[in-house]
Structures are given as C-alpha cells and as structure tokens.
Design a protein around this ligand. Sequence first.
Ligand code: NAD
Length: 494
Amino acid sequence: MSTSLEASLPFLADKRKKHFIDGEWVASAAGDAIETLNPATGAVIASLDRGGAAEIDRAVAAARRAFEGPWSRFTPSERHKLIMRVYEIIERHGDELTLLETYDMGAPVSRSAGVKNFVLRMIEYFAAQTMNWSGQTIPNSLPGNYTMMTIKAPLGVIGGIIPWNSPMVGAWWTIGGALATGCTVVLKPAEEASLSVLRVAELLMEAGLPRGVVNVVTGRGAEAGAALAAHLDVDRIAFTGSTITGREVIKASAGNIKRLSLELGGKSPDIIFADADLAKAVPGASMGVFNNSGQICYAGTRILVQRSIQEEFVERMSAFAKGLKVGDPLDADTKLGPLISERQLSRVLEYVGIGSSEGADIATGGNRLSGALGKGYFVEPTVFDNVSNTMRIAQEEIFGPVVSVIPFDDGEEALRLANSIDYGLGGAVWTGNVGTATKMMHGIKAGQVWVNCYGVVDPAVGFGGCKLSGYGWKGGADHVEGFLYEKAVTISGD
Ligand code: NAD
C-alpha cells in the first residue's frame, strides 16, 4: 500500500485488530489471529484477533448490561437524535470506510459512492423508525369493562452474523434495527472482510452511543459465529450468509429457541422477452449478475431468454461483458474488482469447468486474469450459452461473475423454468408488454421481483427470501418488527 493511501486510512496504522467489546478494543484470551488479505494483490493488510466462546460471552454480557442499563433509558427522540449524529459521522467518514472495503474485499472505487449513499439511506430510514413502531388498542367483545391492547418492546441482545460481500451494508441491517428499537448488538463479521465493521463500531462511540450497545467479535464462523448462534443469552440471530451455514444457525438456535432471520443464498432468474428494449435489458441484466463481481445474493445468474432473440442477446451481452474493465479496484475506470479469496476464485473456476463438461457453450470469459493482476483473484465475466436448467451451473449458487443463458419459447415455459429452482430470493422480467410483466411479477416465486430493471433496492421497502433463500425481511417496517416482541395487555376497569 502506498504511503499516501495509508495516510488516508489511519485505521490501518495498527495492523493487529482486536475485538470491539463494551466500547474498548479487547484482545482474544488465547492470543491467536487470522490474517486478512487484500484480494487485489494477495498481500496481508492486517490480522484479526481470532475470537471464540470466551469473547462471545464477554460481548454478550456487555450487550446485556447496556440493554438493561443506560440504553434502556434513551427515549425514541434521543435515539433518533443519536442516529442522526451517527449519520453525520458516517457521511464524514464515508470515503474512508468505502476505501477500507476496497482494500478488504476488493469492491472497486467506482461503486463506492453507491455503497456510501445506500448506507446513509439505511441510517436515515432507521432514524425515522425510532418513533414509528407501536402496538394497537383493539375493540374487544368481552362482557365487562376491559380495555385490550398490544404493546411492543425491544427483544434484547441481537447477534448479527454477516458475510463478506458488502460488510458495511450487512452490518447496518442489524445495527440500524437495533438502534431504532433499543436493542443491543453483537456482530460477527466474516473472517475475510471485517475491517470496515470494526471501524464503524469505533465511530459509533464518537456519536455518543453508550458502551456495549454495539460490539464486534472477529474470528472464524465455526468458532465465534457458532458460539454466538448458540449463546443462551442472545434473543435473536440476524444471519446473512450461505444456505449451508443457515442450517447450522437454525440448529444452534434451538437451545433457547432464539428468534431468527435468515437471508441466505440465491440463484435468481432474469427473464428477457423478445419484446424487451434490449438497449436497456442487455446492460441491466448484465450488471444484474456481474455487479460486485457476481458476489451479490440476489444476482440474476439465470438469464432466461426467449429463443427468437437468443443469438442477438448473447452476442450483445458478451460484447457488454468484454467491455467491462476488470482490474485494480483503486482505478476509477475499473468496473469489476477481484473475488474475495483464492478459495472463492477456485470455486468459480471449478464451476466454469463444470459448465463446459456439462455441455454448455462459453460465449465469453472463463479465465483467471494473469500478468500484473496475477497475484489477485480476478476472473473474467463469463457468459455460458445454451444452458439447460437442470445443469449444475443453472442450479447451484456460484457467487462469481458467471451467468447461464437458458432459452425458452413462451411465458408459461419461462415461469416453469424460473421456478424450477430450490432458491427464492430474486427475479426479474424485461418486456414491453404490461400483461406479460404482471404475469411474471405474480408468478415468480421469490422475495423480490424487478420489472425492466434489476437489483434496485430501497431500505424503506426492503426485500426478503423464500424457499432455500431463507426468511425474514430486510428493510421496511417488517424489518424493524423483527427487533421487537409483542404482548397483549388486558386492563380491567371494574
Ligand atoms: P457463509 O455462510 O460462509 O458465512 C457467512 C457468515 O457466517 C460469516 O460471518 C461466517 O464466519 C459465519 N459462519 C460460518 N459458519 C458458521 C457457523 N457454523 N455458525 C455461525 N456462523 C457461521 O457465507 P459467505 O461465503 O461469507 O457469503 C456468501 C453467501 O452469503 C452466499 O450464499 C450469498 O448468497 C449469501 N448472502 C445472502 C444475502 C441475503 O441477503 N440473502 C446477502 C449477502 C450474502
């Protein structure tokens, strides 16, 4: 890293990162650490303390103390003011935080403004929610003089387990809901990319957040993550990650019947009808899968194309993919950065091999980048043509810039193919016909459907999943409800 860039990231001056517990940096009892790499160069940028059950215990105890102590006395208005102070601080440090993510997980700087804006919109939304949740007074039919109502209260300590593909956004889904409702948080970011989450926790203290409200324990999933998921004093786990890990979290939650939200994997269909405006559909569907180098849960990785335009679409999509600059994420012209790790790179290349051996045609891409980029984990955006929906590349989540183009003849077949999948996270349709659009919108079984666009999300609306993509809503009023529990209250007036 150059000296001038290091100067813009003072957080990296200290290369050994501890846990953030009860408002302070705390070292692991065992003293072990995990190296965290810059995926663009393979160079070590820092090491993270490797937490386990002891650190999770300590963080949960701090979160419980804060929940029952000073934080419980904050009024909604005080929480609102605090969140708006947080907004100002995160806005001021937005460039630093996104640059940290560029180093830590390879997100190109050309995406930074979008990420920063989205995080600020999340914070703004959750600030507004501090005064926007309530119970109800409900007319009852009981003889006598009873008043019946429901009231809502914060659940308590929330464990947030998040993946590496967008760490800050992942963290804010949990922090935001907690600050809006008066809950407290223990976060376990992914071992591959924890730095921006640690820095956010530190910045929250500058805004005047009481100690212990937001804690971060770094470490491996099977150790720190599993300990958090199983902890008997955690009231709810907000998990985002793979479906395989989601199943482990479900099992681990059984000890105290924790509440759960599970935002899991996806393999989303993106349906292109012959009457679509291809000038919009080609770049829209392409970025719907290649954005963040394909490391987005709702990426539209199964492109269903009406057979009459298949050849033209594949040609145009391949040309678009070839035109995307893959490279140094610090270069403003770069559109796609590296994959997160060597492991992820091997996984993606393995799927490229599987696709070829299954008989699909590579229209473009399929290779690791070499030369100056050879030390990083870069792969070309890859388009597979003539894929059948039963192939593994059409059914399994690859989590890289690889798309499968599957032809269909009519709307009925498109819907059947779209829904012939175990996942249900996202889906889209591109068409000039409103009837076709509404048919697909109602017919696609997924937690979000886009019409003539892809991947557009607003924190006030949110999104969710069904089938193997999990349950629980991210964003919107239902998200906030997830941090509350409801009680019915009956008052006798006699
Ligand atoms: P992952 O499941 O391997 O890890 C996610 C988190 O879980 C990490 O913090 C990890 O350390 C932790 N973890 C691992 N094993 C654990 C265990 N046994 N108990 C508790 N925690 C454990 O996923 P990943 O590879 O980091 O992320 C990619 C996956 O995340 C993809 O499947 C992607 O679709 C999914 N994802 C989903 C959404 C969504 O909103 N639906 C968003 C982003 C990513």
